[in-house]
Design a binder for this molecule. Structure first.
Ligand code: ADP
Length: 497
């Protein structure tokens, strides 16, 4: 509007008046349009919007008030002015109640009318500017509220608890995870005091974090056990929220559940200490035997040391087994094991394992039988891995058996899997021992097992392999009577995601 000329409409049936006004306002820089009667005025004034319209009150075809009403309906923001003779002043006053900006009594000087029209134009500009400002403000408000809801969506989607506090220790914002983590009975509202919400410990940590951030430390991190025995460990990070001038106006805190990481950390340390422990015993034993030989404790006849040499070899073999098992586990964990999945015939693997272990079975006079369902399908597995599973289970059935005992293998189809049961008539195990059986390094310790060598890793490897084929393994056992290990492996191999 500033750039273009102001538009003025003059509706008057008096030619002299019309043209007089036109001349005056052309000189004033207006774009002037004239209409010589009421109906022309309505037609022109309805087609385009004018900034100011001067309407003569008395016109033969249509009175000025009617023209005003019609034009106002169409363009309510145009400033309308009524031109009236002295006789019509009452009506003109009435017109202002119906939306005319003002009236100008005739006769008037050019200065008077220019003054009035310019004033009306000023008002019109003000109205438009105000409207533009309001629209802009509404747009901004909308943007802010959209921005807020976007922010809220993001914060709510975060897995961690996130909350913002102001300097009065009130909640400004908190996502639902905050409530869930602390088990609050109701939703957290803006304005809630942290002292009413969080446990003492958390408030203490928030305060400490606030203090440190005030000293210029930008991010403060704390870790603590919310529930003991590694049931729930959390890590809280707090950072200051600053205004554009850099003054702290609040704090944002996130609390992450780090329980799994902590447990893994713990398992790793336990594993390392168990491995060290397992390696130490045989190494110490062999070292002891070598010391004795070196000091020629039993004289200089090598035959005197036969038992020590035999024990050393046994312990070293156990050590080699342990190292091999450990290597197998680590390769499996690192995913560096290469598998070759083929259709494997179960009886073939069982028979070759039996052949391999026949010597040990004969030594302990164990009877071995295997039964297979007639239509037993092949299974999609890596031959070496599956052989390892069967060997471990049959070898345990031998180790933990009694002289003259039996071992029985039975395989049958069961839905989309094959069920393989390996039973022995050995020492068996107690119910509470069965739960721990598949853990790494777990060995049942009693008088009967003390002399039986082993690493405690065999069954954990078996379970790892069976799980990797989406199968399962469980044990049925009675203390003193024997055990049956039952494994199910799907006939077809399904690639992991
Ligand atoms: P290892 O035999 O090397 O000790 P495993 O992981 O193969 O390790 O077995 C873990 C423990 O489970 C064994 O130490 C033993 O106490 C028990 N166990 C495994 N198989 C049998 C079985 N057939 N009968 C009784 N106990 C068994």
């Amino acid at each position: 509007m500033e750039d273009s000329k102001p538009r003025l409409l003059v509706i008057d049936d008096e030619l002299g008046m019309r043209e007089g006004i036109r001349r005056i306002f052309r000189l004033e820089g207006y774009d002037v349009t004239v209409a010589e009667n009421g109906s022309d005025g309505v037609a022109i004034g309805s087609e385009q919007e004018f900034d100011v319209a001067l309407i003569d009150l008395k016109m033969p075809d249509m009175d000025g008030l009617t023209v005003l009403r019609r034009l106002r309906d169409r363009f309510p923001d145009t400033e309308y002015m009524i031109i009236t003779a002295f006789a019509g002043i009452d009506t003109a006053v009435e017109a202002t109640k119906h939306g005319a900006y003002t009236y100008i009594p005739k006769p008037f000087t050019p200065d008077q009318i220019v003054f009035e029209v310019n004033r009306a134009l000023g008002k019109r500009r003000l109205t438009l500017e105000t409207r533009e400002l309001r629209a802009e403000q509404e747009r901004r408000l909308l943007e802010i509220s959209q921005e807020k809801s976007r922010l809220r969506t993001i914060i709510n989607a975060i897995n961690d608890a996130v909350f913002v506090t102001n300097l009065e220790d009130e909640i400004v914002l908190a996502n639902p995870q905050t409530r869930a983590l602390f088990d609050f009975p109701s939703t957290i509202k803006a304005g809630d005091k942290i002292s009413d919400l969080f446990p003492e410990e958390v408030i203490g940590l928030i305060r400490e974090a606030q203090e440190k951030t005030r000293q210029g430390i930008e991010l403060v991190s704390h870790e603590w056990e919310m529930r003991p025995n590694l049931e729930l460990v959390v890590q809280m990070k707090t950072a200051p929220v600053k205004d554009t001038e850099g003054s702290i106006i609040g704090f944002v805190s996130t609390i992450q559940d780090v329980t799994q990481l902590k447990r893994l950390d713990m398992q790793k340390s336990q594993f390392v200490s168990m491995v060290a422990h397992e390696l130490k015993a045989p190494v110490a034993a062999v070292s002891g035997y070598l010391e004795s030989m070196h000091g020629q404790l039993l004289g200089d006849d090598i035959a005197a040391y036969a038992k020590m040499i035999h024990r050393s070899r046994e312990r070293l073999q156990a050590l080699i087994d342990l190292v091999n098992d450990l290597l197998n586990i680590s390769r499996r964990d690192l995913g560096t094991i290469r598998r070759e999945i083929t259709a494997v015939h179960i009886p073939e693997i069982v028979e070759s394992t039996q052949e391999l272990l026949q010597g040990e079975m004969d030594q302990r006079t164990l009877a071995f039988t295997a039964e297979y369902e007639d239509a037993l399908p092949t299974i999609d597995v890596d031959r070496d891995e599956f052989t390892r599973v069967i060997t471990n289970l049959i070898s345990n059935a031998i180790k933990y058996n009694r002289e003259g005992g039996r071992i029985r293998v039975h395989a049958a189809r069961e839905d989309d899997s094959v069920r393989i049961a390996i039973s022995d008539t050995g020492i068996g195990m107690k119910a509470e021992e069965q739960e721990m059986l598949f853990r790494q390094f777990y060995r049942i310790k009693n008088d009967e097992t003390r002399t039986i060598p082993g690493t405690g890793l065999g069954l954990s490897i078996v379970k790892q392999i069976v799980d990797s084929y989406h199968g399962n393994i469980r044990v049925e056992s009675r203390w003193g009577e024997g055990s049956t290990f039952v494994l199910r492996i799907p006939v077809r191999f399904v690639e992991e995601d």
